[in-house]
Design a protein around this ligand. Structure first.
Ligand SMILES: [Zn+2]
Ligand SMILES: [Zn+2]
Length: 395
């Protein structure tokens, strides 16, 4: 979803347009860009879809209110594009097919499933016979940072509609459990004459009674009661690439619900949830660790242990390390999901100041209080924490 045009602009109406004006404007755009008037014109098809999407939002009071307040961001399509294998990241919104448009807004064009327009102009993918499709299923998968860094495979037990094994999905008890469909006389399609904006048009559509098969079931399968599907489950193995993040969505084609009476399975949509790491914070592809440094280690230098996604690592602390210094461990972050390198592990230094001290510690500190090197002076200029952080972020 690249930059989207403003919906009001798409329909050419003002923000204060009434419902009626919006409907009229949509009707005008739909006629102008209708595929039957612009055969093979991809640009017109895009405009046709764009107008339908705008109308879908502006004709619905809830969606319109959300759009007026938040713009496109309020419509749910939040995240950016994705790597191979990923579908729409987070966004269920938009992307109407021609079939959707005709079935949803057909009444605007003047009735009928295909809106009364000739469905003979095939090639646009919305005319032909309808195919049953199972619905999509959505599951969440929780991943640790370690799994995200390496990529992983998950086996999930999915409860779903599966094809009935008794009838093989037909929904009929046996081969003799059918009779010829009386609506279409067995042809699987029906022809209607409808009045449209373009005059009288003859349309041929899939028979609504038999869904195009030409026959109806007289004796349904006892196991699925004619549905062709029953409740069941399937173990699905999902390969999750390295670098995924919270809210990303992976779609596994054909692993959703089975379709009634044979047809195509829906998809399984896998939504990624990231389990927070107890010590490391993710920032894009980088990881941040806040290191609490002993004041003596900071002054004298040391070597300390820090957590990484795959165990501990030891890093060197230079003498005179100040609070706010950021130590960068290159490549110890998260690999980019699109393959653009790997992030870093950033160790942000903080100096631990004890809340309580023993008499002996106090005595030692009292000596240091007046000691020459412990006096803040001109020589420590540039070691100021704010200056350091600014230098770090500007570079
Ligand atoms: Zn059955
Ligand atoms: Zn029929």
């Amino acid at each position: 979803m690249a930059n989207k045009r403003d919906y009001y602009e798409v329909l050419g109406v003002g923000r204060d347009a009434s419902a009626d004006e919006i409907k009229k404007a949509y009707r005008k755009a739909a006629i102008q860009f209708h595929p039957d008037k612009n055969p093979g014109d991809k640009n017109a098809e895009e405009k046709f879809k764009e107008a339908a999407e705008a109308y879908d939002v502006l004709s619905n009071p809830d969606k319109k209110a959300r759009y007026d307040q938040f713009g496109h961001a309020g419509m749910g399509g939040a995240a950016s594009g994705g790597a191979g294998g990923f579908g729409d990241f987070g966004g269920e919104y938009g992307g109407f097919t021609m079939e959707d448009i005709f079935s949803r807004f057909g009444d605007i064009f003047g009735g009928g499933r295909f809106g009364g327009f000739s469905s003979g102009t095939s090639g646009s993918g919305y005319s032909g016979k309808s195919v049953n499709r199972g619905s999509d299923l959505r599951v969440k998968v929780k991943l640790t940072l370690a799994e995200i860094v390496k990529g992983t495979t998950k086996k999930l037990k999915i409860k779903k509609d599966v094809t009935c094994d008794q009838c093989g999905g037909t929904g009929a008890k046996d081969a003799n459990s059918y009779t010829t469909c009386s609506t279409c006389g067995g042809s699987g399609h029906v022809t209607q004459v409808v009045n449209t904006f373009f005059g009288r048009t003859q349309t041929t559509t899939t028979c609504p009674t038999c869904d195009g098969s030409g026959k109806v079931i007289t004796n349904p399968c006892p196991k699925c009661h004619g549905n062709g599907t029953v409740k069941g489950e399937e173990i699905v193995e999902i390969n999750i690439p390295a670098g995924v993040g919270e809210g990303m969505q992976l779609s596994v084609a054909g692993k959703g619900n089975a379709a009634k009476h044979g047809g195509i399975n829906g998809d399984l949509l896998v939504v990624i949830e990231e389990e927070p790491h107890p010590e490391l914070k993710r920032e894009g592809n980088d990881l941040i660790y806040n290191l609490q440094l002993n004041i003596a280690d900071a002054v004298l230098g040391s070597s300390v242990e820090i957590p990484t996604v795959d165990g501990k690592a030891r890093i060197k602390i230079e003498p005179g390390t100040v609070a706010g210094r950021v130590l960068r461990l290159r490549g110890k972050g998260i690999p980019d999901v699109n393959g653009y390198g790997t992030g870093d592990l950033l160790v942000v230094v903080d100096i631990h100041i004890p809340a309580h001290v023993s008499p002996a510690e106090k005595e030692a500190l009292e000596k240091l209080r007046t000691s020459e090197n412990f006096k803040p002076n001109a020589s420590s200029k540039g070691r100021n924490i704010f200056e350091r952080m600014r230098n770090y972020f500007m570079s």
